[in-house]
Design a binder for this molecule. Structure first.
Ligand SMILES: Cc1cc2nc3c(=O)[nH]c(=O)nc-3n(C[C@H](O)[C@H](O)[C@H](O)COP(=O)(O)OP(=O)(O)OC[C@H]3O[C@@H](n4cnc5c(N)ncnc54)[C@H](O)[C@@H]3O)c2cc1C
Length: 164
């Protein structure tokens, strides 16, 4: 981070009540609760949690369904995570948000005096673009949390290396 600190994320498949059951004001107890999920984990990775200085901040991963869309509502549209919130496993949310921010301007310039035509054109491109990334994100989410994880990720690395 810009202050020189290092933030570590670790992800778990747990019921929503799990994070509510953790006393995040008690760093030792919170770390123990996380590390319990990595009892057989490599010590060099476990220590990243065990020796962390900061407080644990539980955050749920939310996602809209891939292919989420809506009928035109005159005078308004959505961009960024609002229309296509997805898990972080596509690594494209910020890229899409910036593209979404630029595309309405391009559409308005291409349809002078016709805001509705511009927003319709923007949404017609937005929906398939978002669906593709959201589908990849949803598939990657499944892969990352498969029972044999991280095998699925390793398989992806090998497949992409062989395709290159
Ligand atoms: C852990 C993690 C890792 C990620 N890694 C990547 C990555 O590697 N690559 C990538 O491309 N994307 C990544 N993303 C996704 C990316 O961060 C988001 O897709 C992107 O930030 C969405 O931008 P946004 O402007 O739509 O929304 P946000 O960045 O969420 O911005 C919305 C803003 O609105 C503000 N706000 C909310 N409500 C109100 C209100 N009522 N009034 C005023 N302001 C309000 C919020 O405080 C926030 O600042 C990651 C996300 C997470 C959580």
């Amino acid at each position: 981070m810009t202050d020189g600190s290092l933030h570590l994320y670790t992800a778990l498949t747990v019921p929503p009540e799990w994070s509510e059951s953790i006393d995040t004001t008690d760093p030792a107890a919170a770390k123990a609760a996380v590390l319990a999920h990595f009892a057989d984990g490599n010590p060099s990775l476990r220590v990243l949690v065990a020796d962390a200085d900061g407080l644990l901040v539980p955050r749920a991963i939310h996602a809209l369904p891939a292919g989420h869309r809506w009928d035109r509502v005159p005078g308004v549209t959505l961009l960024g995570d609002a229309p296509h919130l997805m898990s972080l496993f596509a690594g494209e949310g910020a890229d899409l948000a910036m593209l979404d921010g630029a595309e309405p301007g391009r559409a308005l310039a291409a349809h002078p005096g016709d805001t509705e035509a511009a927003l319709t054109a923007y949404e017609q491109a937005l929906f398939p673009r978002s669906q593709a990334a959201a589908a990849m994100s949803a598939a990657n989410l499944q892969t990352r949390f498969r029972a044999d994880a991280p095998q699925g990720l390793l398989d992806q690395f090998v497949a992409r290396h062989q395709a290159a």
